[in-house]
Write a protein that binds this ligand. Structure first.
Ligand SMILES: [Zn+2]
Length: 323
């Protein structure tokens, strides 16, 4: 039973390649020639000559035409021993480069006529349903269609409808799903813009606060603080923005970002040279206090870690390099 079921499905898929071949020649043109095909009980693959990617519309038209031929339920007409010359005259599709004997087996389903030794259905209606699942290039001028038929195609359609139903539930709009998703995308992009704006405002605010706490000592303007930011990007913005505004800067920032400690050190380039300071080395050593590691350049470096409780100690440790 299992084997005959597999044979049946293979015959469905193989016969569908005949219908597909004829449909492609009708929709894309008679330059379409079969370059190869692979058929299993699960699916079919059909390679053919064509110069470019098929449009969504061409794919839909091809699929619709094959399904129309299936519904026409054309019976298999088999001619076991037709002279090759006669087969050519009636326009039977043959594989280029294939050696054929003097008499050939011709299989006809409605308008599709091919020389073929494969196993076919008794009538096209048995195929049930045909769905193209992919269309791609496999070589210059050669395209590949992968498709499914019968139960597999039915299952595929059911799955797609189930996905659509779930989306309808999620967006709570049974009638205008596309409109709802479009407005969600628009809303999301507006919210992102707003969040970015407020993020920038926050950075400005924190920066103003930090600048009011500068301690100037021995030719160094020192800023050391634990700050409240949402992400590492805000810390970086803060550090680079302060570097541009404060001369002789030695900046140490600590932050707890989603439960993870973060340490940032920024040093004005002239101090790096004159005082032989190295932000990379400083974060590596101070980073131990937050049970982490990091690195960077001599003027800017960051470290991430595991121990939020060590942030204050890490800041103190970093400051010890200029004391
Ligand atoms: Zn065949």
């Amino acid at each position: 039973v299992v084997n005959s079921d597999k044979r049946l499905k293979t015959a469905n898929n193989h016969t569908a390649t005949h219908l597909l071949h004829a449909a492609l020649r009708e929709i894309l043109g008679t330059h379409v020639e079969q370059k190869g095909s692979l058929v299993s009980p699960e699916h079919l693959r059909f390679d053919f000559s064509h110069f470019g990617k098929m449009s969504d519309e061409e794919i839909a038209q091809t699929e619709a035409l094959v399904n129309k031929r299936i519904r026409e339920n054309s019976p298999q007409e088999e001619e076991r021993e037709m002279p090759l010359q006669q087969a050519k005259e009636i326009g039977a599709m043959m594989l280029f480069g294939e050696k054929y004997g003097d008499s050939v087996r011709v299989i006809r389903f409605g308008e599709s006529v091919e020389l073929c030794g494969g196993t076919h259905v008794k009538a096209t209606g048995q195929i049930g349903l045909f769905k193209i699942v992919s269309e791609s290039a496999i070589a210059a001028g050669v395209r590949r269609i992968e498709a499914i038929t019968g139960e597999s195609a039915e299952q595929f359609v059911d799955e797609q409808i189930a996905v659509l139903k779930s989306i309808k539930k999620l967006v709570k709009s049974p009638n205008d799903v596309i409109g709802s998703v479009e407005s969600l995308i628009k809303e999301n992009s507006e919210l992102t813009k707003k969040a970015e704006f407020f993020g920038r405002e926050r950075v400005k605010q924190i920066k103003t606060g930090l600048k009011s706490k500068i301690i100037s000592e021995g030719g160094i303007n020192r800023i050391a603080a634990r700050v409240d930011v949402e992400d590492a990007g805000m810390l970086k913005d803060l550090a680079f923005s302060l570097k541009g505004e404060v001369e002789n800067l030695f900046l140490v920032l600590g932050a707890d970002i989603d439960g993870k400690p973060n340490l940032t050190v920024m040093i004005s380039e002239n101090l790096v040279k004159e005082r032989a300071l190295n932000a990379g080395q400083i974060v590596r050593e101070a980073g131990r206090e937050i049970e982490g590691g990091g690195g960077g350049q001599p003027f800017y470096a960051t470290a991430g870690g595991k121990n939020v409780a060590g942030i204050e100690r890490a800041i103190e440790k970093a400051l010890s390099f200029i004391r």
